[in-house]
Ligand binder design. Structure first.
Ligand code: FAD
Length: 318
């Protein structure tokens, strides 16, 4: 079923969903199942699986020179989606990115997903590769998520790249996109970022999943601004509790978000790591309680390999 259909069916009740990362190459599907098994009691209607393009690494050679090699450290998104659907009978939402894909490869990937009866995709641009200072698309690949949304929408209308295809099968993907309550880091300002978000909706996207945030005010303001701009799709809050002290710096560096002063002060006070986790869980519980009370469609947890933390939070909220 489509993600938006689950929201319609829930009739205002808040659902719970999860995002998982493929294991590092060489890992096994068991790590994903071990993570998801304990979370299935919350009956997530869908589970997102991230996509990771290749990264450059520099290997030191015997000569002392370094060899630049491109490797994909976390392959397997589509296989994991299929395995999740098979084991749990829930919908899997693969993340589809522009980076590393030509349009042709995107088309072929969408055909695979359609044949697997996958009904949803989260369409994203992806980030720049490590050691690149800006996002570089493939030759003939998409530059912005907007173009990717357009390609998926075209296939939903039976339009393929090969103009010779007449009466091509219509796919029926529900398209999600990313949204940034605290602005995408490359955008010159919030308003322009929102304009591009609206373009993605106009191009066929039907829901938004937000970047993580730790201050609900930012999310509610974002929803209001989206509405004022004519964006009327469900906006799913993305949630990640802080569990380690170093995340006070690493999370803003990686995800370009701010921590509220009160949370920073509380975390800075404590000496032992386990207490940081307790603070992070309690903060997230309060966030989730308010979001649920205000009727958000879904609480979407970025599990990042830690099911226990998500479980504690959901148990306290749902
Ligand atoms: P876009 O919508 O293309 O926006 C990128 C930048 O370009 C923004 O600054 C925007 O304002 C600007 N822009 C957009 N359209 C235009 C236009 N037409 N003209 C000019 N400027 C424009 N990354 C992964 O690699 N794999 C994942 O699985 C993954 N999952 C994610 C899930 C969520 C919920 C979120 C929030 C992010 C995820 N990301 C993932 C990270 C994401 O790929 C990055 O944040 C990326 O930098 C931007 O992606 P986007 O889809 O928002 O890009």
């Amino acid at each position: 079923m489509k993600v938006t259909e689950y929201f319609d069916k829930a009739k205002g009740e808040t659902l719970v969903s999860f995002e998982v990362l493929p294991p590092l190459k060489g890992g096994s599907m068991k790590t994903i199942f071990d993570m998801l098994d304990p979370l299935m009691e919350f009956k997530p209607p869908f589970i997102d699986v991230t996509y990771h393009r290749e990264e450059y690494v520099y290997n030191r050679q015997d000569t002392g020179f370094y060899e630049k090699v491109a490797i994909r450290k976390r392959p397997g998104t589509v296989g994991i989606c299929a395995a999740i659907m098979h084991r749990y009978g829930v919908d899997a939402v693969p993340h589809l990115i522009c980076g590393g894909f030509t349009r042709e490869e995107t088309e072929n990937a969408l055909i695979d997903l359609n044949f697997l009866n996958i009904k949803n995709v989260l369409a994203l641009r992806g980030d720049a590769r490590r050691f690149e200072d800006k996002f570089v698309p493939e030759k003939d690949g998409h530059i912005y998520a907007l173009d990717l949304v357009g390609q998926v929408s075209d296939m939903n209308k039976g339009k393929y790249l090969d103009k010779g295809i007449e009466n091509g099968a219509h796919t029926d993907f529900c398209i999600g996109i990313a949204g940034y309550p605290e602005k995408h880091f490359e955008s010159p300002n919030f308003e322009l970022d929102l304009e591009y978000t609206k373009e993605k909706i106009n191009a066929g996207a039907s829901y938004i999943v937000t970047q993580m945030f730790f201050d609900n005010k930012k999310y509610f303001e974002y929803v209001d601004k989206c509405k004022a701009a004519g964006i009327n799709v469900p906006i799913v809050p993305g949630l990640k509790p802080i569990t380690r002290k170093y995340q006070l710096n690493s999370i803003p560096r990686k995800f370009f978000i701010n921590f509220p002063e009160e949370l920073v002060k509380e975390v800075q006070k404590v000496k032992k790591s386990e207490f940081v986790k307790e603070i992070g869980i309690e903060w997230s519980i309060q966030q989730c309680k308010e979001l649920k009370q205000r009727g958000v469609p879904c609480l979407h947890f970025y599990t990042m390999g830690d099911w226990e933390t998500s479980k504690k939070i959901i148990k306290a909220v749902m």
